[in-house]
Design a protein around this ligand. Sequence first.
Ligand code: NCD
Length: 336
Amino acid sequence: MAESNHIYHCINVQQFSRAFLEELSDLADKIRAIAKTKAGMEYLGSTLNHKRAMLYFVQPSTRTFLSFYSACQVLGIKCAEVRDPKTSSEVKGESEEDTVRTFSSYFDLIIMRHPRANFAEKIANLLDETARPVPVINAGSGKDQHPTQALLDIYTLRRSFAHRDGIDHKSIAFVGDLKRGRTVRSLAGLLTRFEGVKQYFVAPPEFQIGQDILDYLDEQGAEYEIVEDFESVIPKVDAIYMTRLQDEWDAVDNTNAVIDIDKYSFQERHLSLLKADGVILHPLPRRKEIAVEVDKDPRAGYWRQVRNGMWIRVALIAKIFRRAENILQYYLTNNL
Ligand code: NCD
């Protein structure tokens, strides 16, 4: 049963089925229960202590990097990292493809964040053709996809709505720079796996979600609305997903128009508009999109999101190396 939703590479959200999402979230919950004791942590740390992972993060990252790093540590996986390509042979003119292929000979798993949209997929395909293929996890690819963030967002939504029949028939508003925010693009796609979810895309026209995502939602028969006015949406939704302006892409995109994004921010006064059992999410890092005064409200879910992120990544890596059955067995045997 458990290993039936098998996963090898983790490249984009299109590859995840509803059954996979449910199984992964259940597994993460069980891993957390196991991790509460020293004996449990020792067991988890022994499950993959014969494996080595390379974290190839050539785009700025601390939270996702550390989240993966700690997830590997929980499972006993030894990690090495490349964060600055200037310190590798790429300065000698080596292609990035060759660089990563070289690493793959030393490691059992490659986790990569890269500014190019299709790079992780390209590397996964390239490694599949080699004598020693290893799995690749996409930890953020350009402006395109961030599949593991979408997994942790789904996990957080599922936990937030556990007492309300789960994610089905809930509504969510995505707010901010939806054009270049890869977390939104990934999560919007993944929410189509649930019944009757309504998505609102709330942004100035210049930062609206890409047509490719809307085409995908249409294909999947998902319900959505494009909205410009933020405040009018707040009372309608069960979850609000705030994002920051992704202005590191301005130079690449030639976006020099001055667009006022400040009104797409969640202020303390907005709390009274939000449903009593609503939840506010943010992939972080935040700037001013959520006022710090909002943090103390129980509906602020972004710090929980960070914690959930590490555990869902533990579950994902365990699945990749086919350890889910084993972990479930431990869970049952120890009456957790
Ligand atoms: C996001 C990213 O890198 O896309 N951060 C993250 O991984 N949590 C969001 C962002 O940078 O705005």
